[in-house]
Design a protein around this ligand. Structure first.
Ligand SMILES: NC(=O)C1=CN([C@@H]2O[C@H](COP(=O)(O)OP(=O)(O)OC[C@H]3O[C@@H](n4cnc5c(N)ncnc54)[C@H](OP(=O)(O)O)[C@@H]3O)[C@@H](O)[C@H]2O)C=CC1
Ligand SMILES: O=C(CO)COP(=O)(O)O
Length: 351
C-alpha cells in the first residue's frame, strides 16, 4: 500500500463520502470537505452521511470539515468529488491551498456546459499546469452505495502518465476494489460523461413501461454514438469496450442506484425534467451533459440520434412518446457505418 500521509476528499455527497470511507479503510488519514456546516456537523455527530449515503459508518480516521485550508493542509492526494458543474469553482478555491506535490484525482462524470470541456481540460485551463502529470481521472462502474458496502467493484485510473495512474491504482486497490490503469484520458472521460445521457434514456424507457429489448437497443446504439463522438474527439475506440465505457454504461442504465436512470423513469412517467431532478435529490449529471454533447455533435458533424432526442425532451419540451417515434422512424441505416469496405464484403458474399 502507498504510504499516504493525508488524503483530502472535496465534496461530501454520496461518491465523496464512499471514497473517503474506502481510503480510510485502506489505511489512509482522510479529511472530507463539505460545503455546508449543517451537513458537516451531522456527519461528524452520527459518523454517517445520512443524507447522501445512509447505512455506511465513517471510520474514526475520517475527519469532516467545511474549512478548505484545514482539509487541504499537508495533503498529498486531493480527490475532487463535486459535480462537474462545480469542479472549476472548487478547483479555483483549492488551488492556492494545494500542496505543490499533491496529486489531483477527479471523479466527476460530466462535460462543462458552457465551455464544452472535459474535466481534465478544465483542470489544465484553471491551474495553468503544463500537462496532466499530477492529474488522474478515476472512473468506471461504481455506485457509491455498493463501494460504501465493500461490494466487489472494478474501476479505471486514467492518466497519460503511467506513474500517476499507477500511484492512484495502488492507493485505491483493495480486496473489494480492483483498479485498472488506462492511458486514454479522453476516452475514459467521455465514456463516464456520455453514458449518463443514455441512462436517462433507459430510465425513460422503463418509465414508459417498455421492456428489456428497448433497453438493450438504447444501450447498444448509445454505445455506438458515444464511440463515434469519442473517436472524433481523439479517444481510442477500445476504451469504450472497457470499464469506463460499456462497463459504466451497463451499470448506469440498469441499476436501481443510478440517479440518471431514476430521473429518466420519472420523466417517462410524465414528470417534467425539473420535477424529475428535484425528485432524485442528488446530482443528475446527464442533463447538463446532454446539452454539451448535443452541441459537440453539431460542431463536429457527428450523428448522435439518441442524444438529439434526449436534448429535445430535456430542453425543448418534446414528449418521450414523440422521441420514441422519431428514433424508431428514422431512415434505414447500417449497423456499423464505420466499417470500411462494407460494399466489397457484401458483393463477395452475394457472388
Ligand atoms: N454517486 C455515485 O455513485 C457516483 C458519482 N460519480 C460522480 O461523482 C460526482 C459527484 O456525484 P455524487 O457524489 O453522486 O453527487 P451528490 O449529489 O450525492 O453530492 C454532491 C455533492 O457536491 C456538493 N456540491 C454541489 N454543488 C456544489 C458546488 N457548486 N460547489 C461545491 N460543492 C457542491 C453537494 O453539496 P450540498 O450537499 O451542499 O448540496 C454534495 O456534497 C458526479 O460527477 C457523479 O457523476 C461517479 C461515480 C459514482
Ligand atoms: O457513474 C455512476 C456509477 O458508475 C453513477 O451514476 P449515476 O450518477 O446515474 O448514479
Amino acid at each position: 500500500m502507498v504510504a499516504v500521509e493525508k488524503a483530502a476528499v472535496l465534496g461530501a455527497g454520496s461518491w465523496g463520502t464512499a471514497l473517503a470511507v474506502h481510503l480510510a479503510r485502506n489505511g489512509h488519514a482522510v479529511s472530507l470537505w463539505a460545503r455546508r456546516a449543517g451537513l458537516a456537523e451531522t456527519i461528524g455527530a452520527a459518523r454517517e452521511n445520512v443524507q447522501y449515503l445512509p447505512g455506511v459508518k465513517l471510520p474514526e480516521t475520517v475527519r469532516v470539515s467545511t474549512r478548505l485550508e484545514e482539509v487541504l493542509a499537508g495533503s498529498t492526494v486531493v480527490v475532487f468529488a463535486v459535480p462537474s458543474h462545480a469542479f472549476r469553482g472548487t478547483l479555483a478555491a483549492a488551488l492556492a491551498l494545494l500542496p505543490a506535490e499533491a496529486v489531483v484525482i477527479n471523479v466527476a462524470k460530466g462535460l462543462e456546459e458552457d465551455s464544452l470541456q472535459r474535466m481534465s481540460e478544465v483542470y489544465l485551463q484553471e491551474s495553468g499546469a503544463a500537462d496532466l502529470a499530477r492529474y488522474v481521472t478515476f472512473s468506471g462502474p461504481s455506485h457509491a452505495e455498493e463501494v460504501g458496502r465493500n461490494l466487489p467493484t472494478a474501476v479505471v485510473a486514467s492518466s497519460p502518465f503511467a506513474s500517476a495512474a499507477e500511484f492512484v491504482q495502488e492507493l485505491f486497490m483493495s480486496p473489494s476494489l480492483r483498479v485498472y490503469t488506462n492511458p486514454d484520458t479522453v476516452g475514459v472521460e467521455l465514456g463516464g460523461a456520455l453514458k449518463n445521457i443514455i441512462a436517462l434514456g433507459t430510465g425513460i424507457a422503463d418509465g414508459l413501461g417498455f421492456g428489456d429489448n428497448a433497453k438493450a437497443a438504447l444501450m447498444t446504439r448509445g454505445l455506438a454514438e458515444i464511440t463515434r463522438l469519442g473517436v472524433r474527439l481523439g479517444a481510442n475506440p477500445l476504451t469504450f469496450g472497457g470499464l469506463a465505457g460499456v462497463g459504466d454504461l451497463i451499470v448506469t442504465c440498469t441499476s436501481r442506484h443510478s440517479r440518471n436512470r431514476r430521473a429518466g423513469i420519472e420523466i417517462g412517467r410524465g414528470r417534467t425534467p425539473e420535477e424529475a431532478q428535484a425528485a432524485v435529490r442528488m446530482v443528475v449529471e446527464g442533463v447538463r451533459t446532454t446539452r454539451a454533447a448535443h452541441l459537440l455533435s453539431r460542431i463536429h458533424g457527428v450523428e448522435m440520434p439518441i442524444t438529439d432526442q434526449m436534448y429535445r425532451v430535456l430542453f425543448e419540451g418534446l414528449s418521450p412518446a414523440e422521441a420514441v417515434k422519431h428514433l424508431m422512424g428514422r431512415g434505414r441505416t447500417r449497423e456499423i457505418e464505420e466499417v470500411a469496405g462494407f460494399d466489397v464484403w457484401w458483393s463477395r458474399k452475394r457472388s
